[in-house]
Design a protein around this ligand. Sequence first.
Ligand SMILES: Cc1cc2nc3c(=O)[nH]c(=O)nc-3n(C[C@H](O)[C@H](O)[C@H](O)COP(=O)(O)OP(=O)(O)OC[C@H]3O[C@@H](n4cnc5c(N)ncnc54)[C@H](O)[C@@H]3O)c2cc1C
Length: 384
Amino acid sequence: MRYENYQSPWLDDELNILRDAAGKFFDQEFVPERERWLDQGEVDRDAWRRAGAAGLLCAEMPAEYGGGGGDYRHDTVIMEEFIRRGLAGWGNQVHSSIVAPYILHYGNEEQRRRWLPGMASGELVGAIAMTEPNTGSDLQSVRTTAIRDGDEYVINGAKTYITNGQHADIIVVVAKTDPNLGAKGISLIVVEAEREGFERGRNLKKLGLKSADTSELFFADCRVPVSNRLGDEEGRGFIQLMQQLPQERLSIAQAAIVSAERAIEITTEFVSERQAFGQRVLDFQNTRFKLAECKTEALIGRNFVDQCLMKLLKGELDPATASMAKYWCTEKQCSIIDECLQLHGGAGYMDEYEISRMYADARVQKIYGGTNEIMKELIGRTLG
Ligand SMILES: Cc1cc2nc3c(=O)[nH]c(=O)nc-3n(C[C@H](O)[C@H](O)[C@H](O)COP(=O)(O)OP(=O)(O)OC[C@H]3O[C@@H](n4cnc5c(N)ncnc54)[C@H](O)[C@@H]3O)c2cc1C
């Protein structure tokens, strides 16, 4: 959506060229497949390779590891373009903006060279497995263990709700290398999907994000070399997670704002066409007031996430501010989309109208990446 007098301060000509190229790619290659992907419950595996070939994966990874040589902004404009086209179910945010950065920041040179080029080309799809059947918010209580046996870790446990779970070739697993310790016993270990003892569960059916493969993952005496651990020492996993979560949360907040903007855009088009009582629905004062409120809130959110992005680029985005962005923007995404759906009348409830899908897709934004209740806990801790 265009605002009359506001442009994101971090955008430049190069990013606008990338945005246009990404938009064209998604229009030509992904949009025609979208309905089929929704029906089959996942994107085609080949979609990853096609996006990789077009330079749309791992845009923020250094070129020496096969990435785009950009920074977080580059993955952001790509994400904005696929979200705008109703492709929120494609797990590239997890792949490019979460999993690849873990390997870049905490992997050693050998690990980066082993995994990052494949992630950039789409040969390898990445996932991150934190959540378990018995624990999500309380990450310190994960029960999956990775017990050292010589030069190997033996991993046992189960994970659930894992994005890219069906397609993932490499999974960053949050496991206890010392089950007797809480947070200090956690390490991040990369498991390649072909390892014996690793098994994928079902592709879980869910309310929205219908083309996202979200799965259970199982580890039964799954052996991986100690050299698959991210970080020089054991027990650094919790700190690594805490360092990376602000970026993950900002990325969710940005997706929220783009979705809200898209909802306002399509709703404005709808109410400009739709007639009731002899006039356009847009001409009712209630419609204009509702859309005015939505547009104001979207612009406030846009300003906030832009500020957060610039802080992130400078390495200054603190966890509480990222939590504020994630919490507030996702609440606004849901409330704005709800208002927009209402303005569609019955059409808003029909799958064939984009707003209906957006409504279902939005709901999870308040849950994953840390629930909004947990966000408020983190913000609350700064109150003194
Ligand atoms: C579509 C989808 C994709 C996902 N993708 C991934 C993924 O790729 N990787 C991954 O690891 N996980 C993923 N998740 C899991 C997600 O991150 C968790 O569901 C989320 O963190 C919440 O954990 P939980 O489901 O165990 O809920 P619980 O932690 O059991 O929470 C239940 C309720 O209790 C509340 N609650 C818990 N603790 C507190 C507290 N201290 N104070 C107040 N309220 C509290 C919660 O806010 C929530 O309302 C995904 C989930 C979904 C739905």
